[in-house]
Every structure is written in structure tokens, then in C-alpha cells.
Design a protein around this ligand. Structure first.
Ligand SMILES: [Zn+2]
Length: 297
């Protein structure tokens, strides 16, 4: 890929790193200073943003099918997240960053939250507005330029790993949240995916996708390359959240299964969910495939 640029560490700005994994022509590197992991080099901003318009662009007839599939896949995950939010705060102004087709926002709206969304994908935003009649802005969070101290709740599910400057995104989230407002976020737990990627290289039949990621020119891989460009661990995410001005960082265990799938895979997932619960309760070691946190401004 010709149009690429080098990055410094998104967490500590250090230039020194070592390559820890390569797949599909992309490098995952680890900062030698703070241990944060990130893609380096990365495609240029325009190319990264273009991926999302292409990914979500399909014919009008097909888009309903895509959204239905997405909603089914995410159904239990979103239910689980909403339950967690309800436990902390029953009503208020909620912003979903990277809201995609608006499926989570629709659910939150049905549960009486005052909702609003932002996403960089034109086709996804148009769908959220037309079909679900949601208040959604196309573009980045910074470009949306919300007032300071404005939202009670911000959700950002599986988004931070896509963003070129994740720390400044979290600082912007902190700015637009009210005092004591809450951020709920999820992102892949990188050490688990490093193990998974290595296992899948040995046993390719365990891979979730065969061929390309659906509707994209990219060969499927466990890391979601080149869509995912930041790779957090509980420790580095915690440091980034503290650096962005958050406090009270609570790690949560996602209780329900995220996707439907073949029986063997589901059996593996259920066993793993049980194992993560045991590790967390007995040893306070956090090993779910997804990091889920609730933090306060
Ligand atoms: Zn660093």
C-alpha cells in the first residue's frame, strides 16, 4: 500500500517500538516506553475514512438485509450494554459515538433516553436518519462540536480501535460530558486476540470468516486489520482514560454472548465466558475477549 504514514505512540508520543505481529501486509507494533500497541505505518486518513463509506455502501435493497444481520448479531451485546447503563443511570442525554446504523440508539430511545449519535459513514448515518428517525450527525466527534458539559452518558462500543488519535478522542469525550457524566466503552482485549490469531494460524478452521471481510477488499483476520489500528490492554486503556481526565474506572464482564454462530463455536464461547468470570472473581485478572469499562468524568 503506497499511501501510508508513520505514527508515534498514540498514548505517550514515543517513536520507539518493536513489531510484534504482522498480517495482511500490516504491522502491529508495541511502544517500548508505555507498551501501547498500534498499527504502524497506517493508511492515510482519507483512505481510512473511505473504508467506512465503502464498507457500509450497498444497494438500497441490500442495506435492510445488512442492518437486520447486524442487529441480530449485536442484539444480546446491545441488551447487555443497555442493562449496564440502566444500572448506573436511568435517564438523560445519551450520545453514541460511532453509532453506525443507529441500532443501539434506537434501543436506548425506546428505553426513554434522550439520544443523539455521530458517525463518519455517510450511508450508515443516512440509514439511521431515514429509517429510525434518529438525530445523528455525519462526521467526527470533534467536527460535531458539541457544547462542553452537555451529555449525561456517552457510549462508544468497539470504536476506539478504529480512531487515529484515540487519546484526543477521549479528551473530547471528557469535554462534552457533564461533571460526573459516564462513558461506557468496549474494545477488543488485545492479548486475547494475539493468542487467538496465533492459534488460528495453526488451526485455520477456527477462523470466524473465510476469505474477505464481507463486502470489503480485505482478507479477513483476527485483528480486524486494517480497520482496527489501536490495540488496547486493560492496563494501557486504563492509563489512556486517566490521561484523558477520567476517574473511577470500572471493568465490567460482558455476560451474554455477542454473536450467534455454529454450535461448537458457541460452546467454546460459553466456556470462555465462564472462565473469564472465574478469573475475575477469584484472581481479579481480566481476560474477556472484549474490554468493557464504565468511567466517570
Ligand atoms: Zn507509548
Amino acid at each position: 500500500m503506497a499511501d501510508i504514514r508513520n505514527r508515534v505512540c498514540p498514548l505517550c508520543n514515543c517513536e520507539n517500538h518493536k513489531i510484534i505481529y504482522r498480517d495482511c501486509g500490516f504491522n502491529i507494533v508495541k511502544c517500548t516506553n508505555c507498551k501501547y500497541m498500534y498499527m504502524n505505518p497506517v493508511p492515510l486518513t482519507a483512505a481510512l475514512q473511505g473504508f467506512y463509506n465503502e464498507k457500509y455502501q450497498c444497494s438500497e435493497k441490500d442495506i435492510d438485509k445488512v442492518v437486520k444481520g447486524f442487529a441480530e448479531g449485536k442484539h444480546l451485546f446491545f441488551d447487555d450494554r443497555l442493562e449496564l447503563i440502566k444500572k448506573h443511570i436511568k435517564a438523560g442525554k445519551l450520545l453514541d459515538v460511532g453509532c453506525n446504523y443507529g441500532i443501539f440508539l434506537k434501543l436506548a430511545k425506546e428505553n426513554n433516553y434522550d439520544v443523539c449519535g455521530v458517525d463518519i459513514s455517510y450511508p450508515a448515518v443516512e440509514y439511521a436518519k431515514d429509517k429510525f428517525k434518529l438525530n445523528v450527525i455525519q462526521g467526527t466527534l470533534k467536527r460535531a462540536n458539541f457544547p462542553s458539559d452537555y451529555f449525561d452518558i456517552i457510549s462508544m462500543f468497539d470504536v476506539i480501535e478504529h480512531i487515529e488519535d484515540p487519546l484526543s478522542e477521549l479528551i473530547e469525550i471528557n469535554r462534552v460530558l457533564k461533571k460526573d457524566g459516564l462513558l461506557f466503552m468496549t474494545t477488543p482485549n488485545t492479548p486475547v486476540y494475539l493468542i487467538k490469531a496465533r492459534v488460528v494460524k495453526i488451526f485455520p478452521f477456527l477462523a470466524y470468516y473465510k476469505g474477505n471481510f464481507p463486502g470489503t477488499p480485505f482478507k479477513a483476520n483476527e485483528f480486524g486489520l486494517p480497520y482496527h489500528i489501536n490495540y488496547a490492554t486493560p492496563k494501557t486503556l486504563k492509563r489512556m482514560l486517566l490521561d484523558a481526565g477520567f476517574k473511577n474506572i470500572e471493568f465490567d464482564l460482558c455476560k451474554k454472548e455477542k454473536y450467534y454462530g455454529r454450535h461448537f463455536r458457541n460452546f467454546l464461547r460459553m466456556s470462555y465466558t465462564l472462565l473469564t468470570w472465574l478469573f475475575f472473581k477469584l484472581f481479579r485478572i481480566y481476560i474477556p475477549a472484549e474490554i468493557s469499562v464504565c468511567v466517570k468524568k
